[in-house]
Design a protein around this ligand. Structure first.
Ligand code: 2P0
Length: 337
């Protein structure tokens, strides 16, 4: 039978308010702790998959560029999880486009693996629930589990070495006054990947043993704050959680960090704006960019103040994003080179 299977999906990236930093199982990508994030409307990946007997071999293009054998191999290892599950072992063509404002440097594995997982789930008619799908996408990139959901999503730690126990789910649709502003400090690829950074932290930072307990407490408080839609409490908890994560890295041996001078400029600015009565709180990940949580109704005002220190093209505003959805190739950027 000459049947082929295809689908195109869009998935949005997410920024963690309670961070994931460390795996307890490197093979299965099982995390040391649960984590929680906000999905962002402004940043996303579109991915088209085609499984067909007419293809000669597996290919992977990103932003219209054919990827190296090594990159392709990594992705195909991931696709093989689905091939095994479905029993469909056809060659695949994967085309991905990251829709991130030019040179934002925020190309995220979260939206990439979420879009790929959602597209394969649809193409191969696996009909996995998003929760189940997250246990697959997790094995491509941990943070992608949370991008399978809109609004505020939580990725559960799970237990032991049980892959099915570590899944993500939506906590709140975030259809209220909440937004995020991203300050793009540096668009270069990060020096130390999250995967390497978190493992080095576990192995050498004396502060790491405090991390799981801190996350547990922060998560409890965060869930309360979300229930009450208390963005100031959410921001305070997120800020503290992020800085505790970075403190574990500073205490690693050898120490490493993702701060750049302009990172501190942005952080100080957020503190100043808060002193002036604005509701804004910062967080940062495995890179120098600063992400500011705030009510969406205040975001333009916050952006204006940040323009004293940053160019407008360094400031990306976003509403909460939705869960992945299939897109039509017509009129979509995948087809419009
Ligand atoms: C997070 N980060 O919770 C944390 C905070 C970075 C700092 O998830 O090794 O690219 O592929 O599971 O998903 C980035 O980690 O790492 C990340 P892998 P991933 O968003």
């Amino acid at each position: 039978m000459n049947h082929q299977y295809h689908s195109i999906y869009r998935a949005h990236t997410n920024i963690a308010l309670i961070k994931y930093w460390g795996k307890r199982d490197q093979e299965l990508y099982l995390p040391m702790t649960s984590s929680l994030s906000l999905t962002l409307e402004s940043l996303y990946t579109d991915t088209k998959v085609l499984f067909s007997p007419n293809l000669k071999n597996d290919t992977f293009t990103l932003n219209y560029q054919k990827q190296s054998q090594e990159e392709t191999k990594k992705i195909i290892r991931f696709v093989d999880l689905f091939r095994k599950e479905s029993g469909i072992h056809l060659p695949v063509s994967i085309e991905s486009i990251n829709h991130v404002p030019t040179a934002a440097g925020l190309a995220s594995s979260a939206s990439a693996f979420a879009a790929l997982s959602a597209a394969i789930n649809d193409a191969l008619q696996l009909n996995f629930s998003s929760e189940k799908l997250s246990t697959f996408s997790r094995q491509g990139s941990g943070s992608s589990t949370r991008s399978l959901f809109g609004g505020l999503a939580m990725w559960h730690r799970g237990y032991g070495h049980h892959s099915d126990s570590s899944y993500a789910e939506e906590i709140d649709s975030a259809d209220w006054d909440i937004g995020m502003l991203i300050v793009v400090i540096n668009s270069q690829q990060k020096k130390i990947s999250s995967r390497i950074g978190m493992q080095h932290t576990i192995e050498s930072s004396p502060f790491y043993e405090l991390w799981p307990r801190e996350v547990e407490q922060d998560l409890d408080q965060m869930l309360q704050a979300i229930k009450q839609r208390d963005i100031d409490a959410m921001g305070r908890i997120a800020e503290h959680n992020a800085m505790k994560m970075h403190a574990t890295m500073l205490a690693a041996n050898p120490s490493f960090n993702y701060f750049e001078p302009k990172t501190l400029v942005a952080i100080n600015k957020v503190q100043q704006m808060r002193d002036q009565g604005l509701s804004c709180y910062y967080t940062m990940d495995a890179g120098p960019n600063v992400k500011i949580l705030c009510p969406f109704s205040q975001i333009e005002q916050i952006k204006k103040i940040l323009m004293e220190d940053f160019n407008e093209d360094q400031l990306i505003i976003s509403l909460p994003g939705r869960a992945p959805y299939s897109i039509d190739s017509l009129g979509q950027p995948l087809e419009t080179r």
